[in-house]
Each structure stands twice: as C-alpha cells, then as structure tokens.
Design a protein. Structure first.
Length: 488
C-alpha cells in the first residue's frame, strides 16, 4: 500500500512538471527492454545458454591453445583483448536489456549496448593516460597514424562562387553528410528541431574556426552546400520516409504462413525494418517549462557530441580517411537511435520515472569524450578566444531556449485551431441532426393527421398504403404467419 502511494506521488509530481501523458503503459515499460510478442519461429527466440557457453569456451580454448609459442608480446595482448571483448559481448547477449527496439532481433540491440559500454570503459581508461601513450595505442592499431602530421587545412581559400566548384565539392564526404542528415531526421522526426540543429552547427563552426582550421569555409560552402543541399535535402528525405512509414499499416505474418518464395524473401527483408512507426510529438499545447528544458538539453548535448567528433580527430591526429572515424560514427549512430527513443519517452510521458540505460550510456560517452578533449589539448584551448567561446555558449543557451519556446507556442496555436475546427464540426453535426429531427417530427405529425381523417378519400389512400406496405407491417406479418400455419 505504501509503495502504491509513493508511486502515485511520483506520478503526480512528474505530471505537474512535464505535462500530459502521451504513451501507453506498455510503451513506458518496454522502452527499457522491449519484449517480442506473437513469436512464430521459436528457434530464433528460444534461450540457448548452454549452447552459447559451449561455443564461447570452445572459441577461447581454440585461440589459447592453438597459437605459436614464439609470438611476440603485441600479438598476445591483441589476442587477450579480443577474447575479453568476445566474452563480454557473449555475456551482453544473455544479461543486457533489449532496449526499445526488437527488429531485426533483440540480440542485435543487446550487442549494441555491450559495444557502447566497452567504448565507454575504453574512453574512461584513455582519460587517465598521456596523449603520447594514447597516440602510441592508436598507432599500434593503425601503424600509419604514427607518421601523421597535424591537419591545419582551411577550406576558406578562393571563395569565388561557381557551379563548377560547387560540383567539385559533391564528393563521397558530401554524400555521407547527406546520409547522416537523413538518419538524423529518422531519429528526431521534427522539422523545427532539425533545422535548429542545422543552423546552430554552422554558428558553432564560426565560433571554433580559430581553433579548428577545418571549420573555416566559404560562404557558399556553408549556406548552399551544407545548409541547403546536404542538410536540407537530408531533412526532406528523412521526414518523407517518416511520413510514409507513419501512414503504413503493419500486420505481420509468419514466414511459415507465406506460401510464395517472393513473399518469404520480402518478409525476411522487412524484418530489418521497424515493427511499427508511430508519430512523434515533441511539443504539445499543454507543454510546460520542464518540457522546454528537456528539449533544450537535447539540442545542447547534440552540439557537444557533434563537436567531439572534430575535436578528437584533430587532437588525436586521426585523418578523415582513417577507418577509426568511420567506426566511431557508425557506433554513435547505432547508440543514438535507441537513446533518442528513450529520451523522448522520458521527456513526454509522466509515467516514465527513469532515463533509459542506453541513453544514460550515450550521455556518459559524450561527457567523457569532451573531458578527453579538454585534458589532451590544453595548448589548443589556451589559444581560444574567450570572448568568442563565451558568446557562443550564451548564444547556444539563449537560441535553444527561444527556439523551443517558439515551438511550444506553435503547438498551442495549432491546438487552438484544431479545437476550433472540432467545435465547429460538432456544431455543424448537431445542427444537421436537429434539422433531421425536426423533419422527422414534421413527417410524423403529417402521418398522424392523415391517419385520423375519416373521409372516404383518406381511408382509400390509407388502405392503399397499407396494402403497399408503407405502414401496414403488422397486418402483413399476421398474413405471413397465417400462410405458414396453413401450409403446415
């Protein structure tokens, strides 16, 4: 009883702070560990802990006892780290939560959670090392990194605009930029927030270009190539995909119930898509100050995470073409998807009392990465223009706060318009219903007057109506019953 009262108090407190409730109870509970319902192929979802243990131990034994005894120390360390990571991921398959997604399989998201935790632990270890030792570790993974010089190339040279120069800039990195914004749109699903992040990032590049020369760009590169083409088209395509997925109806069948080969292949491919796709509403007409602050935090953390990508690349001297950058971006993208879902439910639903575990890991990763940048580059930040950085922080805070407040006002205006339309529609329906009721009463009065008239004219008319079935149902029913009894 006391626990129930405590839950009610917490729920009431969260409701007063964050506003209305928008998700179902199952969604709130499953956002931490989604469960699979309507399992049709038991083989892929049946626990196999003993088989997994035998497989894991077999791999470790094979690697430990099938090695050349004359291998060097580096190979032994590499093999040991590989087996430690392998066993950790095996444990993550059995113990870690599914997260908010179950497609293509819950084990995929358990592995993502395990890799993100390994990455967080690795960042924490790096935080206590020297910069030279960290570069030596990276050089051990990729020997070409030992000879890399600091990259100080600026893109703000010869800023004369021409379509030929714009066409030359449409390379593989511009395409990756576009694809990245498509996925950002799929994650956030709000045009206003996406455009706010796009514009705010260009302001961030202007504020940090004296520290990171790669941030120095021509005006047409910043406005046309980045904001309009890569960001704008990515947002448009991503939101277009979201609308198509939201309008689709999802009725899943088992592969065993599909009899055509093409249908089976199509069903297997669709397993890698979403189970369902519900609309996202970051702002509601009843959104409170806490909702605004939650979205403000989202925008601020997003900028820090984006900034960490370029700071780490510059400080650790990892060129843009190195695969470490690609692996990190793929990992962050896989982590962000469930993290945004968990943060959305925590922000918009009063019944969610704790932040999702994957979202917690992502926030910790962002913080540790930023601390690594601060520790390993004191000389870089010593050259920082304090006024520019201070103005950037102030602008960041005010801009995010104002933008989120504007979005709330827009949601309230739309809510009022929708309420007005509903009321006017209800009035129209009630007016139409009243008109039909008046006509029905008028017709009934006319019928009563006709039936009460005893003149031969009206008696003949009424008799014909009764014979034709206009209002002689009772007599017709008696006649049918008589016929049936005679036949019997």
């Amino acid at each position: 009883m006391a626990d129930t009262v405590r839950r009610l108090k917490v729920r009431t407190h969260r409701t007063s702070l964050s506003g209305e409730t928008s998700a179902s109870d199952d969604e709130v509970l499953n956002v931490h560990s989604q469960t699979v319902s309507n399992i049709t192929m038991d083989f892929f979802y049946r626990p196999k802990t003993i088989s997994l243990l035998i497989f894991a131990v077999g791999i470790v034994v094979m690697m430990a006892f099938n090695r050349n005894p004359n291998v060097n120390r580096e190979d032994n360390i590499a093999s040991g780290l590989f087996c430690v990571t392998f066993l950790f991921l095996i444990v993550s398959l059995m113990c870690f939560p599914n997260g908010p997604y179950i497609r293509p399989h819950p084990l995929v998201w358990r592995v993502v959670f395990g890799i993100s935790l390994i990455y967080l632990l690795g960042l924490t270890f790096i935080l206590f090392q020297k910069l030279s030792d960290v570069r030596a570790m990276l050089g051990w993974l990729y020997p070409e990194l030992l000879d890399v010089k600091p990259e100080n190339k600026s893109w703000a040279t010869n800023c004369a605009f021409s379509f030929y120069r714009l066409w030359e800039c449409l390379d593989i990195y511009a395409f990756a930029h576009f694809i990245g914004w498509v996925f950002k749109a799929l994650f956030l699903r709000h045009a206003g927030i996406l455009w706010a992040i796009s514009v705010l990032w260009e302001i961030t590049e202007l504020a940090f270009k004296h520290l990171l020369p790669n941030f120095a760009e021509c005006w047409w590169d910043m406005i046309i190539l980045d904001v309009l083409l890569c960001n704008g088209l990515g947002i448009f395509v991503g939101l277009f995909i979201c609308r198509k997925l939201e309008m689709a109806s999802y009725h899943w069948e088992s592969v065993k119930d599909i009899h055509t080969t093409s249908g089976k292949i199509r069903r297997v491919i669709m397993q890698f898509g979403p189970e369902s796709f519900q609309p996202v509403r970051w702002f509601e007409p009843t959104s409170t100050v806490m909702r605004i602050m939650y979205v403000w935090q989202l925008l601020f953390v997003w900028q820090i995470s984006e900034l960490n990508t370029f700071l780490l690349k510059h400080i650790l001297m990892v060129p843009i073409y190195n695969m470490l950058n690609t692996y990190r971006l793929l990992l962050i993208g896989a982590i962000v998807s469930p993290s945004i879902k968990q943060y959305y439910v925590y922000t918009t639903d009063a019944r969610s009392r704790s932040l999702g575990t994957q979202c917690w890991i992502f926030l910790a990763i962002t913080l540790i990465e930023f601390l690594i940048c601060l520790k390993f580059a004191p000389e870089l930040f010593a050259k920082a223009d304090v006024i520019k950085i201070g103005l950037w922080v102030i602008f960041q805070a005010v801009y995010c706060l104002v933008i989120t407040y504007i979005f709330v006002m827009i949601a309230k205006i739309r809510g009022r318009k929708l309420g007005t339309r509903r009321r006017s529609g209800a009035q129209d329906l009630s007016g139409t219903a009243n008109e039909f009721a008046r006509k029905a009463l008028r017709n009934r009065d006319n019928v009563d007057e006709d039936s009460s008239d005893t003149s031969p004219k009206y008696r003949t008319s009424n008799h014909r109506k009764a014979q034709n079935g206009s209002y002689g149902l009772r007599s017709n029913t008696r006649r049918r019953r008589t016929d049936v009894s005679v036949n019997n």
